[in-house]
Design a protein around this ligand. Structure first.
Ligand code: PLP
Length: 426
């Protein structure tokens, strides 16, 4: 059997495929498991109750259920959901958007697949072909992007600048001079992309940083993709107060219903220039006909009444903020006396742990932890797109830890990680 270049590229045994494969395999017999690996959000009872009530309303209304399941929505999304979102976002934030600025996708992951390939790869302008790239201005960045380009070598990145603090914490910053220099020297950059909050580090770019990136996007006439999967107004897993929702005509803002409790309903939302929305809709028609309706149907009344947003404020943010604080406390306790750092936890559902004196790569540490039942994600996968011979000092020294599991599981896992680190220090 011969696969096309497209097929081969997407089947290549990339780091993340290998990891996902590994995750699916059973742990050694009798070893309890501590699942700090994937990106599953927590189950929050107050949030689940709201969705259950919406579902019950749907089931008991005449025709409501049949209407929900028995027809395709438009490729751009469910029109009534888009109308409600448009009204909410334009009224609340004053964004100059209409229904033509919003598209719905089968999860934001698939929206990024469309977007990355709209703006990168071979591009013909006035009969001249260039190979466009996507620039990630702050790496480490979400591993789920790394293999989404259909053509090879179309993702490029700038390593994060880092500041270290006395309390065993550190924080990444965009190296703006390096990003500006890159853009000036590389006219082939077709778009920039950041996640805000950032998966894996929990960094949250400030309003000032986002506006600066948008100004660069305007200057170089390229879009800036802002992945708001953990951001505001929902799910609101943001613990800082200088990160307001931001959109302007240079920005492609991506949102998702996943981290507010509906990952299985695969609902992503893209807010962008009309031309981009039309392109997304056209690609969706070809690739999927339409996006799933159920997430949109459950969320529509909740957006309309403001309940989705208030649920984020009342339940989701406090829940994760508490979990994050708790895990940090346990790390500080169990790692006392060891060289380590935690990235400032400003949002998202992960802690990013730096093990300065680790003598093996985190890929190897990952296997040793797995033998003890602890599943994490090794840091190497998040450093994609760096120029050859360039690396980041944290490249093989960090672990991404999902802190949303139950207390006992997270606490035990932290103890084991400290123990295995002690055995593998320089
Ligand atoms: C930063 C980021 N973006 C996008 C996604 C994709 O989310 P979904 O496709 O469920 O909307 C995730 C999932 O973990 C994520 O962490």
């Amino acid at each position: 059997m011969i696969f096309s270049d497209f097929g081969t590229k997407l089947n290549t045994h990339s780091g993340i495929l290998q990891l996902m494969d590994d995750l699916g395999k059973p742990l050694p017999k009798g070893v309890p498991s501590y699942q700090l690996g994937g990106g599953n959000p927590a189950r929050i009872p107050q949030v689940e109750k709201v969705y259950r009530e919406e579902m019950e309303k749907l089931l008991s209304s005449k025709d409501g259920f049949e209407n929900a399941v028995a027809r395709y929505d438009a490729p751009v999304g469910r029109i009534s959901f888009i109308e409600v979102l448009t009204e909410y976002l334009s009224k609340t934030y004053g964004w100059k958007i209409t229904e033509k600025n919003i598209a719905v996708s089968n999860g934001s992951q698939s929206a990024f697949f469309y977007l990355f390939n709209l703006f990168s790869g071979t591009t013909t302008q006035n009969g001249v072909k260039t190979k466009k790239t996507i620039l990630f201005p702050l790496v480490p960045e979400y591993v789920g992007y790394a293999d989404q380009g259909v053509e090879a070598d179309t993702f490029v990145s700038v390593p994060a600048r880092c500041e270290y603090y006395d309390d065993n914490t550190f924080k990444y910053f965009i190296d703006f001079p390096a990003v500006e220099a890159y853009l000036a020297e590389h006219p082939e950059v077709g778009a920039m992309c950041v996640s805000r909050p950032t998966n894996p580090s929990g960094n949250v770019l400030t309003d000032v940083e986002i506006k600066k990136l948008s100004a660069l996007a305007e200057k170089y006439r390229i879009p800036l993709m802002v992945d708001n999967a953990y951001g505001l107004p929902f799910p609101n897993i943001v613990f800082t107060d200088d990160a307001k929702p931001y959109w302007d005509k240079n920005v492609i803002l991506s949102m998702s219903l996943s981290k507010i409790g509906l990952p299985a309903l695969r609902t992503g939302i893209i807010i962008a220039d009309e031309k981009i929305i039309t392109a997304m809709s056209n690609i969706n028609a070809i690739a999927a006909l339409a996006s799933g309706s159920l997430g949109q149907i459950l969320a529509e009344p909740l957006v309309k009444t403001g309940r989705l947003v208030s649920m984020g404020e009342e339940f989701v943010r406090p829940f994760y903020e508490h979990k994050s604080r708790q895990m940090q406390d346990w790390i500080h306790e169990e790692f006392a006396g060891l060289p380590y750092g935690i990235h400032k936890s400003e949002g998202a559902i992960f802690l990013w742990l730096l093990l300065n004196d680790l003598k093996i790569p985190t890929l190897e540490l990952y296997s040793k932890l797995k033998e003890r039942g602890v599943i994490t994600v090794p840091g190497e996968y998040f450093f994609f797109g760096l120029p050859k011979h360039t690396t980041h000092p944290h490249y093989n020294k960090c672990l991404r830890l999902n802190y949303s599991r139950n207390e006992d599981e997270v606490h035990q896992a932290v103890k084991i990680i400290a123990d295995v680190y002690r055995q593998n220090m320089r």
